[in-house]
Design a protein around this ligand. Structure first.
Ligand code: SF4
Length: 403
């Protein structure tokens, strides 16, 4: 289809039936389906609650602190190694407070060992993934916040299977601890001789499976544990990026948290007409409302907002859309935002494709010319099914085909 000579492809669900609600709109799942809850873990609890739990297990409260140190500082879950804890009751304490949450199912490496993608099985068989990436001077982990996702975006592998359930705070944190354990064991390659940065995860992006703001309470508990300097991972809030497809009320709530995390909005289209189809949640909260909420985040925290924009050939990569995006951002002021276009990483067999290089460059040029800092984001892990959810789909396909 052409409009004034410009090809315009409409989003459509391909090869699968997009779930619809009674009114025929794409189904949005906000509530987590009822499933058995994961076992309660130390990282689900506040420091006070940990003390109470240790007492419940018949031990003095300070044992909880010792246990937290083993887990957060040394990534230890093995009672044998916790020799500062009395042998009597040690096993019970560890079993009661550090139950196993993630079982590694598969590990794929690429970029010369600099990138590792993990597939984890949760206690109830649900599958999630995380991606560990070494860059010069930093190590980034992309974490999942939900098993599956209820936002039903038609271009996304995770969205195609709906929401399995929310992850617990500890299941989110444990992805980081497990990654740290693997780094400490020297299993993440690619460290350069002149790189003196700490050998642990320094940056976290909530861009794995799930919509983090749809699992707000647990994601916030996880973030608090990540930044807790005394009884958590002691990370910098600035190194943590929370991304959303635009749940405006939750963005406003996040603004009120007073946590200077980095905030990223996955916009993907500047016009409601296209965005309604690409990101079904746009039917609830429109582009302008979401951009206003993002601008509010900047005003309160002083943290520059990232706009994520997956560039899809002939769908959203038109020069006029770059101009419209620039108009909408500049309407809300200068210097508050930067744009990260990401060439789409197509799902296997997809009819959608990444924008050609020339279209990418033109898109970026137009935004930069309007004074909006814009840089194409690196697409690490492309050859190992880099887009969120693809590894899980492959695993499930294999499991189903083996039945
Ligand atoms: S793109 Fe993000 S929000 Fe949309 S379905 Fe996929 S994981 Fe969910």
């Amino acid at each position: 289809m052409t409009t004034s000579g410009i090809r315009q492809v409409k989003p459509k669900a391909e090869g699968w039936q997009q779930r619809k609600d009674e009114s025929g709109r794409p189904l949005l799942q906000f509530a987590s389906p009822k499933r058995g809850k994961p076992p309660v873990h130390l990282a689900d609890l506040t420091p006070d609650e940990r003390i109470a739990k240790a007492k419940e297990l018949g031990l003095p409260g300070f044992r909880a602190k010792q246990l937290a140190k083993h887990y957060f500082d040394h990534y230890t879950r093995d009672p044998e190694k916790m020799t500062d804890l009395p042998k009597d009751g040690r096993e019970e304490l560890v079993a009661g407070m550090l139950p196993n949450l993630l079982t590694e199912v598969r590990r794929l490496q690429t970029d010369g060992g600099d990138t590792i993608k993990f597939l984890w099985r949760l206690h109830d068989g649900a599958l999630v993934e995380s991606v560990l990436m070494r860059y010069p001077g930093r190590i980034t982990l992309c974490v999942s916040s939900q098993a599956g996702c209820g936002m039903n975006c038609p271009f996304c592998a995770t969205g195609q299977n709906g929401l399995t359930r929310n992850m617990s705070a500890a299941e989110i944190v444990d992805q980081v601890v497990r990654a740290n354990e693997i780094i400490a064991a020297g299993e993440l390659g690619g460290k350069r001789d002149d790189d003196n940065s700490a050998e642990r995860v320094s940056n976290i992006v909530f861009m794995g499976m799930g919509e983090p703001l749809a699992n707000y309470k647990r994601v916030m508990q996880a973030v608090r544990t990540m930044v807790d300097k005394k009884q958590g991972l002691g990370m910098s809030a600035r190194g943590i990026t929370i991304s959303t497809v635009g749940l405006a009320p939750a963005i406003r709530k996040l603004t009120d948290e007073d946590l200077p995390v980095t905030f990223a909005l996955s916009l993907h289209a500047p016009d409601d007409e296209l965005r309604d189809e690409m990101i079904p949640v746009n039917s609830r909260w429109k582009v302008d409302e979401v951009l206003d909420a993002a601008r509010g985040y900047y005003e309160r925290t002083g943290r520059r907002v990232s706009i994520e924009y997956a560039l899809i050939k002939d769908m959203n990569d038109h020069p006029w859309r770059a101009e419209l995006l620039a108009d909408k951002l500049l309407e809300r002021g200068h210097g508050w935002v930067h744009v990260n276009p990401i060439p789409l990483n197509p799902t296997p067999g997809s009819v959608w494709d990444a924008s050609p290089i020339a279209a990418q460059r033109e898109f970026v040029r137009r935004l930069n010319d309007r004074g909006i800092p814009t840089t194409i984001r690196d697409t690490r892990g492309k050859e190992i099914d880099g887009a969120c959810g693809q590894l899980v789909v492959t695993e499930e396909d294999e499991r189903l085909s083996a039945v």
